[in-house]
Design a protein around this ligand. Structure first.
Ligand SMILES: Nc1nc2c(ncn2[C@@H]2O[C@H](COP(=O)(O)OP(=O)(O)OP(=O)(O)O)[C@@H](O)[C@H]2O)c(=O)[nH]1
Ligand SMILES: [Mg+2]
Length: 340
């Protein structure tokens, strides 16, 4: 469908001409990084007409399945960006890949997400023609991280990037959300994490596919090896995301580049197996269904709290509860009756 005929708002209000945006998809498909940047910016827009353009473009993207989506997670400072910098360059150099990096950046929401913040400091990759790096602000409105990011992934794939890295923050909500968007999660740990395995949330451990102990060099090596032994044992008794897969714990140094090749072998080996076993396809299907549920929840929540009858009832019944005239459950039921 011609996008311009779909929504009259595509007519540029000042000039009255049809906007250039329908060309965005074809530019994107030619691999233009500029077009990709523009399209991702549209996903971050709050204007309904921009979102409509994004929806139309995403709907027409058909590169799904031609790339691998890899989440890189771990505590701040563990070396995620440095790791992606090394692995990305390796993939471009040795495997002839095109690499996109989407970095979930809790700070870039404030600055509009336009400048490359700390999270995206990937010195070598940023200079590489075959790489595209972009911070994604983690917003808390409709869809949270997921809505913009899931579109950005699809757009990057459409632009021909066959490895998409998502760098996430190792704390809180965005990490769980990101696991709903990628195929394989690599969890980076520090060499001395063995002392503090309790501090690593079980929920996260169950979702990771591969563990890498970064900064495993020099005097860190003995503690890195100890941590690996501990983790090997822990992971043996903890179910992972893919049934029947033994999860690997590898040592690497993103700074020196040691172990990066082995990590890629581990990732691509897993990729082959989950493609063959159809786990990858089924997982993406499940992720889409979960996203549908997520959007439905958000829409429902939005329309509920923006309903004026509901807000009046909330004010009224909150008082009743405060005064002890009504119990919380019955008050909630009464409030809900006002939602029409
Ligand atoms: N010694 C050593 N230092 C490393 C290694 N990898 C990264 N670093 C250093 O660790 C610091 C943090 O690295 P980043 O790559 O920015 O870490 P990050 O996980 O992306 O950090 P956030 O984005 O803030 O969560 C930097 O000073 C890196 O140079 C490594 O393998 N060995
Ligand atoms: Mg970083």
């Amino acid at each position: 469908m011609d996008i311009s005929s779909f929504n009259p708002d595509f007519r540029n209000k000042e000039s009255g001409r049809i906007s250039q945006r329908p060309d965005l998809l074809s530019e994107l498909q030619k691999g233009s990084k500029q077009a990709l940047a523009k399209a991702i910016t549209l996903t971050e827009s709050t204007r309904p007409e921009d979102r409509q353009v994004v929806r139309e473009i995403v709907q027409q993207c058909n590169h799904e399945g031609k790339s691998i989506r890899i989440g890189i997670t771990g505590v701040p400072g563990v070396g995620k960006s440095t790791f992606i910098d090394q692995l990305g360059n390796y993939l471009i150099r040795e495997k002839n890949k095109k690499v996109a990096v989407l970095a979930v950046d809790p700070s870039s929401g404030r600055s509009g997400g336009s400048i490359l913040g700390d999270k995206t400091r990937m010195e070598k990759l940023v200079l590489n023609d075959s790489a595209y790096i972009r911070p994604i602000p983690s917003r808390k409105e409709l869809g949270g991280v997921t809505s913009g990011l899931s579109d950005a992934i699809v757009l990057a794939e459409e632009a021909g990037f066959d490895v998409v890295f998502v760098e996430t923050v190792g704390v809180g909500q965005s990490e769980t959300e990101v696991s709903q968007l990628v195929d394989i999660i690599v969890f980076l740990l520090l060499p001395n994490s063995g002392d503090d395995l309790q501090g690593i949330k079980r929920g996260i451990m169950e979702e990771v596919h591969i563990v890498a102990i970064n900064k495993s060099e020099g005097e860190n090596l003995p503690s890195a090896k100890k941590t690996k032994m501990l983790l090997d044992t822990v992971l043996q008794i903890m179910p992972g995301p893919v049934e029947g897969e033994k999860r690997e714990v590898l040592l690497c140094s993103a700074q020196d580049g040691n172990g990066i090749k082995e990590l890629w072998e581990s990732i691509s080996g897993l990729q082959n197996r989950i493609e063959k076993s159809a786990w990858l396809r089924e997982n993406r299907k499940l992720q889409k269904v979960n996203r549908l549920q997520y959007y439905l929840d958000s829409l429902l929540r939005d329309s509920f709290y923006h309903n004026s009858n509901v807000s009046d009832a909330i004010a009224k019944y909150t008082k009743e509860v405060e005064l002890g005239k009504m119990d919380a459950y019955n008050a909630a039921l009464e409030i809900f009756k006002n939602f029409k």
